[in-house]
Structure formats: structure tokens, C-alpha cells
Design a protein around this ligand. Structure first.
Ligand code: SF4
Length: 298
């Protein structure tokens, strides 16, 4: 059975629980002066500020620890896949256009579930380390940003891996950091190369202009989902108006930083509809309605 938890478990048993992972295998150092594939999912303004070398707040101390643990999990997965016989290469510098850089986690010779119809099993795989225990874990993955990242790698890697030519699918393996959550293998159709190139061109524009801050939006915390007897679902939680999640991680001086720290409370939603609406909640009732509609569909 192709199950990353079992593969890693069997591999660890084969080395008596002591994988020979060396820190020299840690990933490349981040270069702030070029565009990274992962920037395609970042706030364009934040990318523009970084490229121009604007002063940034120091990284929170827990980030370094998370980085080391994530590196270890990446190496563990590579070792396990190598032992299983499907790892072709890992940590591969992708031949990107000028001004861009990207490192693909791996090229592997098997899909986690089954072979593709044309018999081509070589594909680009990525490994992510989400926070463990999210209730919607299975439903939320693969994330669109992860699909895009693998699609970019898959668009350019055929230059050095001919076997990837014409490949239309990719994989992401989610190994939660900490906790006892199971790992998750996902498989998906790639974003076409033409669309990948368009997204890259759009982001390149930040070299010329600093984009505006991201628009503030309605979001929900303490979200809980209930299923009624008739099968319909209802959502409860606290509604706020504030920033995109990316602002919470942003280290640059920007009007949105404050909004990220202090979102405006709008009211609550639950089985009986909206309640405790504040004046801001009343003012933004149309946006709240749109958000709840999107949330229900998504
Ligand atoms: S605070 Fe938010 S909008 Fe402003 S640069 Fe950072 S991520 Fe972008």
C-alpha cells in the first residue's frame, strides 16, 4: 500500500528508527533579492518591498525551529521514497527564466494512487508541513497555492528531465508538523504552462511599481460546522473585518500590518443566523452575506 505514513514507518523500522540524516542536506539559503516560485502566492506588495530591500521586522523566534523541523521531515520523506525505490532526484534547482529561482522538492517515479492512463508515472512531487490537527484537514488539501507551485516546477523541469515532458499531473505530500495527524498524499491536474507564465509575468510587474496593500475582507474565527438532520450544514463562528492571512506573517511596514493585529469585530453567525452585529457589522452586512455564501459553497 502506498501510504506515506506506512512508507516512512517501514523505512524507519529498516534503520532501527535512526535515519542517517545529515544537516548538510538542509535546503538552500533564501535569497531575498530574486523572485521565488513561492512568491506567486505571497502578497505582491510584500514581494515588491522585499525586492527593494525595505527594512523588515525580525523573524519570530519560533520560525527557525519550524524551519529545522520541516527540513528534517523533508529529508525523512526523501530517504523513505529512496528506500521504497521511487525517488529519482530531490532538491532540484529548476531552470527558471532570468530573475527567478525555485527548487523542486522531488521528481518521483510513481503516483501515490495509481499510474496515469498513458503509463507515464514520472512526476513532480512536493512536501509540505502544515500545522497538525486542523479539522478540515482532508477537505482543505491540496491547497491551490501548492498546486500552482508544483505546476511551475513541472513547466520548466522537462528541460532537464525529459521524462516529465507532457506530464499533466503532480503530487503534494502533507506531513503535519508535530501532533499525531496522519500524512496525506494528494494528486491533481497541473495548471497549464501558459497560465503559469501569465502569473509569473503579472508578478514581475512588482519590479516597476509597488502594488497597493491587499484589500481588507470579512473572515471567520472559531469556525464550526454542523450537519442538520436533513443533511444541510450550518456554520457558526465570530466574524471580523481585517487583512488577508498573509498580512499576519508580513514583516514590512504597511497600513495593513495594524489591521492584521487588530481586526474589527463584526458579530457572530450560527444556527440562528447573524447575532451581536456591531455597527461595523451592520455597515458591512452585504460583504458578510457574500462571505457566508462563499464559505458555504467552499
Ligand atoms: S501588510 Fe499585508 S498588504 Fe501590506 S505588504 Fe504585508 S502582506 Fe501585503
Amino acid at each position: 500500500m502506498f501510504d506515506i505514513d506506512y512508507i516512512i514507518g517501514d523505512y524507519l523500522a529498516s534503520v532501527n528508527g535512526q535515519p542517517p540524516i545529515r544537516w548538510s542536506e538542509a535546503r538552500e539559503v533564501w535569497d531575498e533579492g530574486v523572485l521565488h516560485v513561492s512568491d506567486l502566492n505571497a502578497c505582491p506588495r510584500q514581494v515588491a518591498l522585499r525586492l527593494r530591500g525595505f527594512p523588515a521586522a525580525p523573524r519570530p523566534p519560533q520560525e527557525a525551529r519550524k524551519f529545522v523541523l520541516a527540513n528534517f521531515q523533508h529529508e525523512l520523506l526523501y530517504r523513505a521514497f529512496d528506500w521504497y525505490g521511487i525517488l529519482i532526484d530531490k532538491e532540484i534547482p529548476v531552470p527558471m527564466p532570468d530573475g527567478w529561482t525555485g527548487t523542486a522538492d522531488m521528481v518521483i517515479d510513481e503516483f501515490h494512487d495509481k499510474s496515469s492512463v498513458d503509463g507515464n508515472t514520472v512526476n513532480v512531487g512536493d512536501s509540505k508541513n502544515p500545522v497538525a490537527g486542523a479539522k478540515k484537514y482532508l477537505a482543505d488539501y491540496p491547497k491551490p497555492e501548492d498546486i500552482l507551485q508544483v505546476s511551475v516546477y513541472s513547466a520548466f523541469l522537462p528541460e532537464i528531465y525529459r521524462e516529465l515532458e507532457g506530464q499533466t499531473e503532480g503530487q503534494v505530500f502533507y506531513l503535519p508538523l508535530g501532533g499525531a495527524s496522519r500524512g496525506l498524499s494528494t494528486r491533481f491536474p497541473l495548471v497549464p504552462k501558459a497560465e503559469v507564465m501569465e502569473r509569473m509575468r503579472d508578478l514581475e510587474a512588482v519590479r516597476d511599481d509597488i502594488p497597493d496593500p491587499l484589500p481588507l475582507k470579512v473572515f471567520i474565527t472559531n469556525r464550526r460546522e454542523y450537519t442538520r438532520k436533513d443533511g444541510t450544514t450550518t456554520v457558526s463562528g465570530n466574524l471580523y473585518h481585517g487583512t488577508d492571512w498573509r498580512c499576519s506573517y508580513c514583516r514590512y511596514e504597511c497600513p495593513n500590518r495594524k489591521a492584521a493585529d487588530e481586526p474589527v469585530f463584526l458579530g457572530k453567525t450560527g444556527t440562528k443566523g447573524l447575532s451581536e452585529l456591531t455597527s461595523a457589522g451592520h455597515r458591512l452586512s452585504a460583504e458578510i452575506g457574500e462571505f457566508l455564501l462563499r464559505d458555504a459553497v467552499g
